[in-house]
Design a protein around this ligand. Structure first.
Ligand code: FHN
Length: 580
């Protein structure tokens, strides 16, 4: 049987561009009730543990952990769990791995303990991945754990331990199957029956299951309608089950939540429940040579970034064939757990940030409280919260709640006086009490003492599906301006009125140069034509013109008149320099 390569589609197209934060209930208000007879209230109740839990462990485990990235002495590139496909291993040569699978060092108590101490509230494990091998004892196939030297049902042990330790157990299950003879072509309906049969086993033999996490839905034989029917079938078996959107075709529905993979949507997925799944190195399944581990700082900041955008984080481990979670994973999860011990309150049960962007970090919230996650501790000890209009109350460090911090207001900015050093270099959380629902205006950029005013890309608001702020790798600009209808705006405040020379800084490869654009501010317009600068990261500054601005708060828009090449430009900044 020809193995099917993954036509995984990037998730970008699904992203909605608004960043307006909304309480948990509001998200539910948007989300259609999954099954016809489920009310929004019932869906809220069903989703509550998941929405409040935020953080889960993904476990990719199976026969592919035996070759661990090598086949017949040769390293096989790509993600480890795809070795059967990447090395084009015939089923007859791959299936015998079953007779070698004997994870004698597997201890469910230890695995669940590692997840729980990391602050994770649920575990999603591969009951069956694309290679078709089942980690559970299935009456519908011999290609399962019962047919291995180990024999005992690993998923039974893990489910029992999760129930014992109060962690939700969840099953990953692949629709694509490289082993089952009917899993492609005209006999697919027979396989679809087999699929249902195994899901019935998984949803009746292991107690309460939290989530069914489907994957491999991109195969041509699988349709959205089949997904809708399957969702009804499994929710019939466990009504409180939560199902991901890969039960269908990875769209808005069927399914309860979106599943961005290996990436964090720039502005979240407003109005959606969503969960980013991510590896700790570069593979899901165990590969002995993949030591490209993300740092604990990176992982904690990703968790906070995701939660600040209203999402959940499903972080992966790939155990060895013996049944051990790799040490680098264990160490990082323990360090995350130590951070969660102090700061968990700023994660669990919170909702998304009311701010578009904060220069020093991220924000999560609960009614009457803002959790300010400070990644970059201000050198002057002044934490500036821009555009917050609410009455503010007390402020304190989550790491030292008894020590009140001084709070003051400077125009549109709330300023909190911080101690000299950050309690935690990765993320120190400052709690700020506020009156009512957060009201945030886009803070205006102000003039420097020399009356110059600089509009940075990071402070802009973008409008459109594609255009967005990008940073890192020589970028620090508004980019992805591939749709001329997209545009960008800033808010600025002139306190010192007068004449200003206006300079724009951008980058654009010569092949894409030539698009025309206009800058609108204070009822005036300056037009420009994009010149080639050599590449998307070679920036140059041009004088656009001179104009007069009165002392006031102004909106500045930059709009494209047309699009010549791949993108209008990578826009870095606009500077108002007092004209001589
Ligand atoms: O092909 C799989 C891959 O092996 C892994 O399971 C990830 C995890 O979400 N999903 C698929 C790729 O999108």
């Amino acid at each position: 049987m020809k193995l099917m390569r993954s036509p995984v589609r990037p998730m970008g197209i699904l992203l909605l561009a608004s960043v307006v934060a909304c309480p948990l209930a509001m998200i539910a208000a948007h989300a259609e009730a999954a099954l016809p007879n489920e009310t929004k209230e019932e869906m809220n109740k069903r989703m509550q543990w998941w929405r409040e839990g935020k953080f889960g462990m993904f476990i990719h485990w199976g026969l592919y952990a035996i070759p661990a990235g090598e086949w017949q002495g040769k390293k096989v590139s790509g993600i480890g769990e795809w070795i059967m496909d990447r090395a084009q291993i015939p089923k007859e040569e791959y299936a015998p791995l079953q007779k070698q699978f004997n994870p004698v060092k597997f201890e469910a108590e230890q695995w669940v303990g590692i997840a729980k101490r990391a602050g994770m509230k649920y575990i999603v494990i591969t009951s069956k991945h694309h290679d078709g091998f089942c980690l559970f004892d299935s009456k519908l196939t011999d290609y399962d754990i019962a047919g291995t030297p180990y024999q005992r049902d690993l998923l039974k042990a893990l489910a029992d331990e999760c129930h014992k330790q109060g962690i939700e157990i969840c099953w990953y299950h692949s629709i694509m199957d490289w082993y089952h003879p009917d899993a492609g072509g005209k006999n697919f309906p027979k396989y679809a029956e087999h699929l249902r049969g195994q899901l019935k086993e998984l949803l009746t033999n292991y107690g309460k299951i939290g989530v069914l996490w489907f994957d491999g839905e991109w195969i041509g034989e699988w349709t959205e309608d089949q997904g809708r029917d399957l969702e009804k079938y499994i929710r019939g078996l466990q009504p409180d089950l939560i199902v991901n959107n890969r039960v269908g075709k990875r769209q808005r529905s069927p399914g309860d939540f979106g599943t961005p993979e290996q990436q964090i949507p720039a502005t979240g997925m407003p109005g959606w429940d969503w969960e980013t799944c991510m590896t700790m190195n570069d593979t899901w399944g165990y590969k002995k040579d993949d030591q490209n581990w993300k740092s604990t700082q990176d992982l904690i900041r990703k968790l906070v970034d995701i939660v600040s955008k209203g999402g959940n984080f499903l972080l992966n481990v790939g155990p060895t064939a013996e049944g051990l979670i790799p040490q680098p994973s264990i160490e990082r999860l323990a360090e995350i757990g130590r951070w969660m011990e102090v700061n968990g309150e700023s994660i669990y049960g919170t909702t998304a940030s009311p701010f578009t962007r904060l220069a020093w970090g991220r924000c999560t919230k609960k009614p009457g409280l803002l959790y300010l996650h400070v990644f970059d501790w201000p050198a002057d000890g002044k934490l500036v919260v821009p555009g917050l209009e609410n009455e503010v109350g007390k402020a304190y460090l989550l790491a030292d709640p008894k020590q009140a911090l001084a709070v003051s207001r400077a125009g549109e900015r709330v300023v909190i006086d911080l101690p000299q050093t950050a309690p935690d270099p990765i993320d120190s959380v400052v709690v700020l009490a506020i009156e009512g629902e957060p009201e945030v205006v886009q803070a205006a950029t102000v003039q420097a003492p020399d009356r110059t005013l600089t509009l940075h890309a990071r402070d802009a608001s973008t409008h459109g599906d594609n255009i967005k702020y990008e940073e890192g790798g020589g970028k620090d600009n508004i980019g992805f301006w591939t749709n001329p209808a997209d545009w960008v705006h800033w808010v600025l405040r002139i306190d010192n009125a007068g004449k200003f020379d206006v300079e724009i800084t951008y980058a654009c490869p010569n092949v894409s140069a030539g698009s025309e654009y206009v800058v609108e501010v204070g009822g005036q317009q300056l037009s420009g034509k994009v010149q080639g600068t050599g590449s998307w990261t070679q920036f140059q500054t041009e004088k656009l013109g001179t104009l007069e601005l009165p002392a006031d708060r102004h909106l500045l828009n930059v709009k494209a008149k047309n699009l010549v090449g791949e993108g209008v430009m990578n826009l870095r900044s606009i500077v108002f320099r007092p004209a001589e």
